[in-house]
Design a protein around this ligand. Structure first.
Ligand code: 5GP
Ligand code: SF4
Ligand code: MG
Length: 462
């Protein structure tokens, strides 16, 4: 998912949030929503669909406010329903809050049961709504939201980056391992001195579109509160060892987003160079699977002095395949989205670089497509290691039986996708291309930074 938050009392906060969500659209396409705090209450508008489908000019004009939070959803928990769309509203003890969450909580079933016992009612079956209701519940009569958030952060486990709107303040906070990303930015004042503000977002690409400047990351375990009193940082929960999600750098983030001073594009380019050093192959043309395979393909070609060019044309108007919830739709998706460029591939030995193999469906179909278009050889190179373990912290790869590398070795996967050769980037190689911070690599090595309760993991391992 993608989250965004803005505090800017003399700007059109709903419209700026809508722009930001469009920049974050790659992070989720199931639903979109915006909540606005207007000084006296919190208004939410959300629906299934893309940002451009959900918000009309009219809707945005009807949501004036001082602050806003926004969300684009890519479902990992709960059904694809209207009720699962975010932000989630909670109105307990006269406290109205709206919460936008990126991530997955591993212990929400138990917390939900506890809230249920004391009479709190739910509209969806998502972990995010549990967090919203917990915060509302613990905020209580004194309306101390910080207290509600802090108490909740000490109860919930998993990966989370959250932005919360109340009528007159914006809050943002992040899990103690920093698994899911969350950055803070500053909106400069206009020439006449008005319009200054603050923003938070899953990725810096959302800052560029609204004209904000990156300030820093929200620290793991930290709570930020922004109101008429300015920005304050409060302790939320004790930070633990840092484990940023490395898959953000491999696939999820937009290439123009900046992490620790370097662009995701340059990290991916370097992954391609490293992959070429680890698994070189002679070929006539190196191509990338658009979009996330393009930077590493360019790096791969540069390292070996091979020609880099287009071999696959993407239909830009079809959403990301993986996000389609059924296997049948996913298979349709690849054909709807990509087509081989016969002029460039016919009679050639091709290296095809992609970011990851999860189920193997995409690679198999693309290899077939390239061969149908006359490619003589297709060598597949993947710019991350084999995905062998399910993710429990917010990326939808969670049934191990569906991960092709969990049950097949490289040779067998190569046969399955009908490629002439196949190689994955090593974990050490991948780590050499990203900033030197702590990383979650659980989907590659099975070392989970946050313990996964057996009841939650049930059925998700082979
Ligand atoms: P597969 O067909 O092997 O299951 O999926 C791999 C393809 O799906 C890659 O081309 C990758 O770009 C794309 N993809 C889209 N969303 C995701 C995601 O959340 N995780 C992974 N691993 N791949 C994704
Ligand atoms: Fe990211 Fe993989 Fe860790 Fe999930 S398991 S948070 S996808 S690195
Ligand atoms: Mg892809």
């Amino acid at each position: 998912c993608g989250v965004f938050g803005i505090w800017a009392p003399d700007r059109d906060v709903a419209r700026l949030t809508c722009f930001a969500l469009r920049a974050l659209q790659h992070r989720g396409q199931e639903s979109a929503g915006i909540a606005v705090g207007n000084g006296s209450t919190v208004l939410v508008r959300k629906d299934l669909g893309l940002v451009a489908e959900v918000f009309s000019d009219y809707d945005l004009g009807a949501m004036p406010g001082k602050l806003a939070v926004g969300h684009v959803r890519y479902g990992t928990s709960g059904a694809r329903s209207w009720e699962a769309a975010q932000p989630h509203l909670s109105t307990i003890d006269d406290v109205i809050i709206a919460l936008a969450h990126n991530g997955t909580l591993v212990n929400s079933d138990h917390l939900r049961a506890e809230l249920d016992r004391v009479g709190v009612r739910f509209r969806s079956n998502t972990d995010s709504e549990v967090a919203a209701k917990l915060i509302g519940f613990f905020t209580g009569h004194e309306h101390r939201i910080i207290k509600g958030i802090r108490h909740t952060m000490n109860l919930i486990e998993g990966g989370y980056a959250m932005a919360l709107a109340r009528e007159n303040a914006l809050y943002a906070f992040r899990d103690p391992h920093g698994i899911r990303p969350l950055v803070l930015g500053e909106l400069p004042a206009r020439e006449d001195g008005t319009g200054a503000g603050w923003v938070v977002a899953s990725e810096t690409c959302a800052f560029d579109i609204v004209g904000a400047r990156f300030v820093r990351e929200i620290e793991p375990g930290e709570i930020i509160r922004i109101s008429e009193d300015g920005l304050v940082s409060e302790p939320g929960t004790q930070a633990r060892a840092t484990h940023n999600c490395i898959f953000e750098e491999v696939y999820f983030s937009r290439p123009d987003s900046i992490v620790d001073g370097s662009s995701v594009y340059s990290m991916r380019y370097n992954m391609g160079r490293q992959l070429a050093r680890e698994a070189p192959v002679d070929a006539d043309l190196v191509i990338g699977v658009p979009d996330s395979g393009l930077p590493p393909a360019e790096g791969f070609a540069a390292e070996l002095g091979l020609k880099f060019g287009e071999g696959l044309i993407k239909n830009r108007y079809v959403a990301r395949t993986f996000i389609q919830p059924t296997q049948e739709m996913r298979q349709m998706g690849v054909r709807l989205k990509l087509n081989a460029l016969r002029d460039n591939v016919e009679g050639k030995r091709i290296v095809m670089v992609d970011d990851s193999i999860v189920r193997g469906t995409t690679s198999k179909q693309i290899v077939r497509m390239l061969k149908d278009a006359g490619a003589k050889e297709v060598h597949v190179r993947i710019n991350c290691p084999e995905v062998k373990w399910p993710c429990f912290y917010g990326i939808d790869t969670d049934v191990q039986a569906q991960l092709i590398s969990a049950t097949k070795n490289v040779e067998e996967v190569c046969q399955f996708i009908e490629a002439d050769s196949l190689a994955f980037l090593s974990l050490e190689g991948l780590e050499s291309c990203v900033p030197k911070v702590g990383w979650c690599k659980a989907c590659y090595n099975g070392e989970y930074p946050v313990e996964v309760p057996p009841a939650f993991a049930a059925g998700k391992f082979v």
